[in-house]
Write a protein that binds this ligand. Sequence first.
Ligand code: NAD
Length: 321
Amino acid sequence: MIIVPEREIAGLVSASDCFTAVEQVFASMARKSAYNFPVIRESIGHADALYGFKSGFDRESLALGLKSGGFWPNNLAKGLTNHQSTVFLFDADTGRCRAVVGGNLLTALRTAAASAVSIKYLAGPDARVLGMIGAGHQSTFQLRAALDQRSFEKVVAWNLHPEGLDRLAAIAAERDLPFEVVDLDTLGAEADVIITITSSFAPILKKAQVRPGTHLACMGTDTKGKQEVESRLFETATIFTDEIAQSVTIGEAQHPVSEGLIERERIVEIGAVINGDHPGRSSAEEITLFDGTGVGLQDLAVASAAVDLAVQRGVAIEVDF
Ligand code: NAD
């Protein structure tokens, strides 16, 4: 069995490796070759922690396994990250444990890769202004990955509190891009692509603030009750997601579906666009919305890439297990 420790991931796996892995697994999901198993998420009644598993199997890559992880809100005081994830991969032919991989950085990279894939396939080709809503831990990964997808000329950003916006400004500066902190009206009026990556439980961005032609990647809502955009935005947008079952239960689409504003049949898996089975954006005026809920298969795909790279570069720790 191979161990790839968390400390090795940054030196092994690039954003580009994760983009390729996530693009491939979304395509495999839409071909019905890969499927996610039901998600387990429990409040364990200790240390205020939420703990769970995301798992699945991809018959094309033979990635089989699970990500175990959760949220320990008191970790920061101990000098640890609140979100803790570990990926376990199993040999699809024998069921033996193949690898244990640190999953913290990989989670951020695979989440950023998902919105980047959505931008590649759904944003207008001439998108020039990127709007960021949220400036927490994930947002820096989101921003870097998005900037690789179009020739953006400016970044506009909004956060509930000013903290964190400096980190986004620094990334824009690295790329020689102007960066402006704006209100939500201005953000919607200027941005061609908007990424929402917050832990909000109430809509932040309103339908009236989004102009025709915008692509939205809504990435923060991954739990029942969270919400980042007004449900009515879904009425006129063309809606895409990683997995429909998650989108309507724990994703952003849970709200418009439960409110009866849209039918789940209107939601398209982004893999169908990658495979050429759905045209994606069909006009310059269309609003496209990607509901990125975060699936276990993304974790398995990027962890498999990490294992392959660790073996190639001689940093995989082999243990007799
Ligand atoms: P974080 O705690 O570091 O940052 C949270 C962000 O949300 C901050 O910008 C904060 O200002 C903002 N925020 C919190 N409450 C808000 C409110 N009421 N209104 C507006 N903004 C508010 O969290 P993070 O690690 O950056 O994660 C952000 C979100 O992304 C979380 O909800 C997390 O669960 C989710 N997430 C999704 C995926 C996925 O695959 N879709 C993966 C990882 C994390």
